[in-house]
Design a binder for this molecule. Structure first.
Ligand code: SAM
Ligand code: SF4
Length: 370
């Protein structure tokens, strides 16, 4: 049955919700290998075997929000808060340029105060000064107004990652306090599209309360929103969070969390074909070769940390986050080995824009194997 579904997907056929459920629920080793191989074939066909890099700069762990699962949520008083200075962010961006990463991601806790909005705008202008605007810039700074998104776009950012976290509003409500709004988040995703960004979203898999039907809903959500990029990964527990305290064991079966994370990548690749999909750090937290396995299951983007390790300990979204004490050069060396070990190459100095974004604008499907 799994083989028939995969053959149909590769032949360009439609996948039903029952098909998606069967793929997500299989634990059979042979079926899983076939799923990852089919997703890899789809990846080669539509985006090729080059890995695109984004140097990840975790600019600040100050956050006005209180998501129940996140280690840097506002009410976690055990976290030492930090905010990188402009000079520190620019030094990290220059390092990304020196390493020929091609682009950077500025990620941080959510803040909407005017000082923060101005600060990011200013930083973006200066990043664009580096080597004549050589670096592409992705932002991941939470929900903002359309006006803010427009200002940051005008200042040089062109991609934005905003995970919906859980596309089923009922599940979303269980994972967030009542003043966090699913519809505001959805509106923010629409505003990003309107402002002209390549838009990325994603979810966590293996969450408490989450069913296979929720994950199928997530996949349909990605399709309906017609997103350009996906950044998703398994949920990992942080015991100083409400969710971690309530479900201390959820997420402790590392093999199961890795499996569902890889299955979501593979099925997303089969469905969305030419989008960029990140192989996230959370996969690496579950297995030393987790990121490579993400690439082999259909992902084509990696976001190596390029910031100063001094701040890394303050940005623990979940426990045992890898690379917390490695410097950027050590991370780069490990990454080169990892990518080479699976026979892929790194697309250095490339912005690595989503082929889907270009295809959507020109009304054609992208293929690289024609
Ligand atoms: N504050 C911004 C936001 O929430 O969109 C961006 C930074 S936030 C730390 C980036 C992502 O971390 C979130 O979208 C969430 O999915 C992920 N995250 C937070 N806590 C996590 C956990 N315990 N396990 C796995 N991922 C987690
Ligand atoms: Fe803040 Fe993002 Fe963490 Fe939510 S997930 S608490 S918005 S940093």
């Amino acid at each position: 049955m799994i083989d028939e579904i995969l053959e149909r997907a590769l032949a360009g056929g439609t996948l039903t919700d029952d098909d998606l459920t069967a793929l997500l629920e299989t634990h059979d080793r042979g079926a899983l290998a076939a799923l990852y191989a089919a997703a890899y074939q789809m990846k080669l066909r539509h985006v090729g075997n080059q890995v695109h890099l984004r140097g990840l700069i975790e600019i600040s762990n100050l956050c006005t929000k209180n998501c129940f699962y996140c280690g840097i949520r506002r009410d976690n008083s055990h976290v030492k808060r930090f905010a990188m200075s402009k000079a520190e962010i620019l030094a990290a961006a220059r390092l990304a340029e020196e390493f020929r990463y091609g682009s950077v991601v500025l990620q941080g806790g959510e803040r909407n105060d005017p000082g923060m909005v101005d600060f990011i705008e200013d930083v973006l202008h200066e990043i664009k000064e580096i080597d004549g605007g050589a670096l592409g810039v992705t932002l991941s700074l939470g929900e903002q107004t359309l006006e803010t998104y427009r200002r940051w776009y005008a200042a040089g950012a062109h991609r934005y990652l905003l995970r919906i976290e859980a596309s089923n509003p009922e599940l979303y409500a269980k994972l967030h306090p009542s003043d966090h709004s699913y519809s505001v988040r959805l509106e923010a995703l629409r505003a990003l599209r309107e402002a002209g960004y390549q838009v990325g979203t994603g979810v966590m898999s293996g969450l408490p309360y989450q069913t296979t039907a929720d994950l199928v809903h997530d996949l349909r959500f990605f399709q309906e929103l017609d997103v350009d990029m996906i950044g998703m990964g398994p949920y990992l527990v942080h015991h100083e969070t409400p969710l971690g305290k309530r479900f201390p064991e959820c997420g402790s079966d590392r093999a199961a969390q890795l499996e569902i994370g890889l299955k979501m990548i593979a099925v997303t690749r089969l469905l969305l074909k030419d989008v960029n999909i990140a192989s996230t750090t959370a996969l690496q937290a579950l297995a030393p070769d987790g990121r490579e396995r993400g690439l082999l299951a259909g992902a084509n983007v990696i976001m190596p940390n390029i910031g100063d390790p001094v701040y890394r300990k303050g940005y623990l979204l979940y426990e045992n986050k890898p690379g917390s004490d490695e410097n950027a050069a050590a991370i780069r060396a490990g990454l080169e080995r990892a990518v080479a070990s699976i026979g892929e190459t790194i697309a250095y100095t490339d912005w690595g824009d989503s082929p889907h974004f270009a295809a959507r604008r020109h009304g054609v499907e992208t293929r690289v194997d024609d």
